[in-house]
Design a protein around this ligand. Structure first.
Ligand code: 5GP
Ligand code: ZN
Length: 137
């Protein structure tokens, strides 16, 4: 997809009005328009990066630092009981908008949302084999 057609580029750069909770020269943080919970926020870099693989390391670090700031604000102002950071890459992982975004989702006791996964039960051998594939350079 071309950057010119990217809805999050337009939102991040102010071409489409949205509910902005934070803005600086690199990021805009907006309310998700289909929120999991009250205060569900998306951190959007103003530059177009499709996903985590394209995101420069320093921008990744700055996005997490901003998530930390927003999480503190959510606890203070919305009185949430917890926060999930969610970041989807690829259709298999549930990414629907191909402009990197980091979800900051305030959680409330009994909010009824299920953001966690169903654990599987691999054997020790299977875990060791995966570890062998993944570890190292
Ligand atoms: P993904 O599934 O790609 O990680 O998340 C995309 C998120 O963007 C969804 O939670 C969806 O509700 C939100 N979203 C999609 N389009 C818009 C939009 O135009 N405005 C806002 N504020 N949120 C959007
Ligand atoms: Zn974009």
């Amino acid at each position: 997809m071309k950057k010119e057609d990217c809805i999050f580029c337009k939102i991040a750069n102010g071409e489409i009005p949205t509910n902005t909770v934070y803005e600086d020269d690199r990021f805009r943080a907006i309310l998700d328009n289909g929120p999991a919970t009250k205060g569900h926020t998306l951190i959007l870099p103003k530059e177009h990066y499709a996903d985590l693989y394209e995101l420069p390391e320093d921008t990744a670090g700055a996005a997490i630092a901003l998530a930390k700031k927003l999480a503190a604000r959510m606890r203070e102002k919305l009185h949430c009981d917890g926060v999930n950071l969610v970041q989807n890459n690829g259709a298999a992982a549930g990414q629907t908008v191909l402009h990197f975004h980091l979800h900051v989702i305030p959680r409330y006791e009994d909010d009824g949302q299920k953001i966690l996964w169903d654990p599987t039960k691999p054997s020790d051998e299977e875990l060791k084999a995966v570890c062998g594939e993944l570890a190292g350079e």
